[in-house]
Design a protein around this ligand. Structure first.
Ligand SMILES: Cc1ncc(COP(=O)(O)O)c(C=O)c1O
Length: 460
C-alpha cells in the first residue's frame, strides 16, 4: 500500500500490520499469564540506564518501542491484577472487561454526547440504571461514568451546592458566606481535596467504636446548627477498613434537614450486590447521589467511577458547559453524559463493565463479591487464631487490617519490601491512630486463602 502525503502514521501498510500483530500478540501474552508477574518499581536512575531517550525526531519504530515496554517498562510496573496485590484497593478486571477495553481503544468513540456516541451512551446508561435499581433509587435516576471517585465526589458535591444555592435564591433567602459539608472523620481524602477545590469547609463527625458514622453522631455534631450545610457525605465502605457508615440513619437525619445526601461508595457499594452484606446498603435508597468505582470492586479496568444522581436534572443544570460550538449538542430529548459531571471530552469508560455484565450476568458478580467477603472473614479468623497477630477491627466487607504484635513501622516496611522483591505479594504498611499495621484489601476473585496464609507465615 502507498503512504499518501507521507502520512504513514495513519496508514495501514505492511509495517502497520506487522506492528498490529505484535501488539495483539503482546496483549494475548499478558492476558494469558496466570498469574501475571507481580513486578515492581525501579529507580529513575535504573530506568534512565535501561531506557535511553525514546522520544526522538526519527522515532524508534513500533517494534523497538514495544520491546522496551514489554521488557523494561512493564517489568517496572506492578501488576494490580496479581492475586496477591492486596494494598490500597487493587483492580481485578474480568477477562471480558479487559478484552472490551481493547475494543473501546480501537473504536475512537466520543462518549460525551448522544449525537456522537448514542450506542455507547445507551449501553453505559443501562449499567447506571441497573446500579441505581440495585441501590433502591427511583426510576429516572442516572448519571455518568467519570474518571475516578475523586472526580465523582467532587462533581456530586458541586451539584449539591448548586442545588442548595438555587433553592435559597428561589425562596429569596441569603446565600451563606461559607458553605460546609459534613462527613465522618474516617472519610476518604478525596473529600478534603474537593473541599479545597470548592473553597468550602468540612464538618468532621466522629465515628463510633466500630469506625461508623452514625445518625446520632451527625445530629449531635451539628446540634441544630445546619446553617451553610449543603451536603452530608456518608461512606459505603471506608478505604482503610472497609467499614460502612450507618447509611440509613445518617440518610434520615440528613433528609430531615432537607440537605443533599451523598454516599461515597467508591470501593464498597459493590457489596450491595452480595447477599450477606446487601442489608448494610439499604440507606443508599435515600441518597441524592452516590458513586461506585468499577475499577475497584466491579472488576473493570482503570479508570471508571459511576456517578449516579437521584434526579439527574440537578446534575445537568450544574455541569452543562455552554459554548457556541457546543450548541448543536443541546437537545433536551438526548442524554449527553458530559453534562452530568465536571468533564467534557470523555472516553465511554463504562463500556468494559457493560460488556462484562452482559457477558457473565449479574449473579456472577454477586457470587464473586460474596466470595471475596467470605475470604476476608476466613483470613480474619486465621489472624484471630495466631497469638502474634491481632485484628485492628473486625472486617465488615473485604478489608482486613491487623498488627503483628511488637512490630515497628520499620519492621513492616522491611517485610513488605522483601515480599515484593520475592514476587510473593504486594502488601504495604498502613497505620491507625499513629500505630503501624498492615492490611489485606481483597477484591480479586483469584486471591486464595492459601496464598494469604502463606503471606502471614512470612511475618516472622
Ligand atoms: C471511599 C473512596 N472514595 C473515593 C476514592 C477516590 O477514588 P479514585 O482513586 O478513583 O479517585 C477512593 C479511592 O480509594 C475511596 O476508597
Amino acid at each position: 500500500m502507498t503512504t499518501p502525503n507521507g502520512n504513514h502514521m495513519h496508514t495501514v501498510d505492511l509495517e502497520t500490520m506487522k506492528l498490529r500483530e505484535q501488539v495483539f500478540e503482546y496483549a494475548r501474552r499478558r492476558m494469558n499469564y496466570d498469574p501475571p508477574p507481580l513486578d515492581g518499581p525501579k529507580t529513575i536512575s535504573q530506568l534512565r540506564q535501561e531506557v535511553p531517550e525514546t522520544v526522538t525526531e526519527e522515532g524508534l519504530g513500533g517494534l523497538e518501542a514495544l520491546n522496551l515496554f514489554e521488557n523494561v517498562l512493564a517489568e517496572a510496573t506492578i501488576s494490580n491484577d496479581h492475586p496477591n496485590y492486596l494494598s490500597f484497593i487493587p483492580c481485578a478486571p474480568t477477562e471480558a472487561a479487559t478484552l472490551f477495553d481493547l475494543i473501546v481503544s480501537a473504536s475512537t468513540i466520543y462518549g460525551g454526547s448522544w449525537m456522537e456516541g448514542a450506542g455507547a451512551v445507551y449501553a453505559e446508561n443501562q449499567v447506571l440504571e441497573w446500579l441505581a435499581r440495585e441501590a433502591g433509587l427511583p426510576e429516572g435516576a442516572g448519571g455518568v461514568f467519570v474518571q475516578g471517585g475523586t472526580l465523582g465526589n467532587l462533581s456530586a458535591l458541586v451539584a449539591a451546592r448548586h442545588t442548595a444555592t438555587e433553592a435559597l435564591k428561589a425562596s429569596g433567602k441569603a446565600v451563606p458566606t461559607r458553605w460546609r459539608f459534613a462527613c465522618s472523620s474516617e472519610a476518604h481524602s478525596s473529600l478534603k481535596a474537593a473541599a479545597r477545590v470548592m473553597d468550602v469547609d468540612i464538618v468532621p463527625v466522629p465515628v463510633n467504636a466500630e469506625g461508623r458514622l452514625t445518625g446520632q453522631a451527625l445530629a449531635e455534631t451539628l446540634e441544630g446548627d445546619w446553617d451553610g450545610i449543603f451536603a452530608v457525605v456518608a461512606t459505603g465502605g471506608t478505604t482503610n477498613f472497609g467499614i460502612v457508615d450507618e447509611l440509613e440513619e445518617v440518610g434520615k437525619v440528613t433528609k430531615a434537614h432537607d440537605v443533599w445526601f451523598h454516599v461515597d461508595g467508591a470501593y464498597g457499594i459493590a457489596a450491595m450486590l452480595a447477599p450477606s452484606t446487601k442489608h448494610l446498603f439499604a440507606g443508599v435508597a435515600l441518597a441524592d447521589s452516590f458513586i461506585v468505582d468499577p475499577h475497584k470492586w466491579l472488576f473493570a479496568p482503570f479508570d471508571a467511577c459511576a456517578l449516579v444522581y437521584r434526579d439527574p436534572e440537578l446534575g445537568r443544570v450544574t455541569h452543562t458547559q455552554h459554548a457556541e460550538y457546543l450548541d448543536a449538542l443541546e437537545n433536551p430529548e438526548e442524554w449527553n453524559p458530559s453534562d452530568y459531571a465536571y468533564n467534557l471530552t470523555r472516553r465511554p469508560r463504562g463500556l468494559p463493565l457493560w460488556f462484562s455484565l452482559a457477558t457473565y450476568g449479574v449473579s456472577a458478580y454477586r457470587e464473586a463479591i460474596e466470595q471475596n467477603i467470605q475470604l476476608a472473614y476466613k483470613i480474619a479468623d486465621e489472624i484471630r487464631r495466631r497469638p502474634d497477630l491481632e485484628l485492628v477491627r473486625d472486617p465488615q466487607l473485604s478489608v482486613v487490617v491487623f498488627v503483628k504484635k511488637g512490630w515497628t513501622l520499620e519492621d513492616y516496611t522491611k517485610w513488605s519490601n522483601k515480599l515484593l522483591a520475592d514476587g510473593i505479594g504486594f502488601v504495604v504498611p498502613s497505620s491507625h491512630k499513629g500505630e503501624p499495621n498492615t492490611r489485606f484489601a481483597i477484591v480479586n476473585p483469584r486471591t486464595t486463602y492459601e496464598s494469604l496464609v502463606q503471606i502471614l507465615d512470612t511475618m516472622v
